[in-house]
Design a protein around this ligand. Sequence first.
Ligand SMILES: CC(C)(COP(=O)(O)OP(=O)(O)OC[C@H]1O[C@@H](n2cnc3c(N)ncnc32)[C@H](O)[C@@H]1OP(=O)(O)O)[C@@H](O)C(=O)NCCC(=O)NCCS
Length: 174
Amino acid sequence: MPPTPAGSGPSGTRDGVGLRLPTPVLRLAEATDDDVAPLVALWTACGLTRPWNDPERDIEDARSTATSTVLVGHVDVAGAEVVVSSAVAGYDGHRGWLYYVAVDPAWQGRGFGRETVVAAEAWLAAQGAPKVQLMVRHTNVAAVGFYQALGYTDQETTVLGRRFPVAQGGPDVG
Ligand SMILES: CC(C)(COP(=O)(O)OP(=O)(O)OC[C@H]1O[C@@H](n2cnc3c(N)ncnc32)[C@H](O)[C@@H]1OP(=O)(O)O)[C@@H](O)C(=O)NCCC(=O)NCCS
């Protein structure tokens, strides 16, 4: 969780004397090596990691694949660049997909989630993707409200999957 020193904390909060604090600028860019550890911490804090997924490998795979990317949102906190948001975007040649959409709990509710998804959508559109979609776990009711606010609708589709045995050389993803 990033520090929020007086006068530079998240927008939408108050500084103790009833004044609204300035909105920090969210800077979105493709992930660098320096972002990997903060990203894993962000996803852990947001409950997006699962025992069967290796988040560092997920980052490495997305960064090393030409048609996918890891977008990271930073804000300046007391002169330090802090990772506060993310989205992994990938174009499979037919549709664009989003994964690991996250905003640090200390910075949620200030529009950073929307900004991050809009940037990921723009990246997908630039790849030629005509559509963006994503999967939300049934237990993640809050995320559905967020995506609906961004114009996403239920695609009335059941997602089916099958894990490839690692011995067959398939990716060990969940
Ligand atoms: C979901 C998440 C990314 C939203 O980020 P955020 O920065 O808090 O969202 P924003 O402030 O940008 O909200 C954008 C809009 O969504 C709306 N919204 C956000 N959460 C909502 C909810 N639970 N129900 C309804 N609307 C919601 C906001 O009111 C806002 O609406 P507006 O732009 O019309 O005013 C963030 O809560 C998060 O990281 N959650 C944990 C990780 C997660 O579940 N990720 C999704 C995995 S599929």
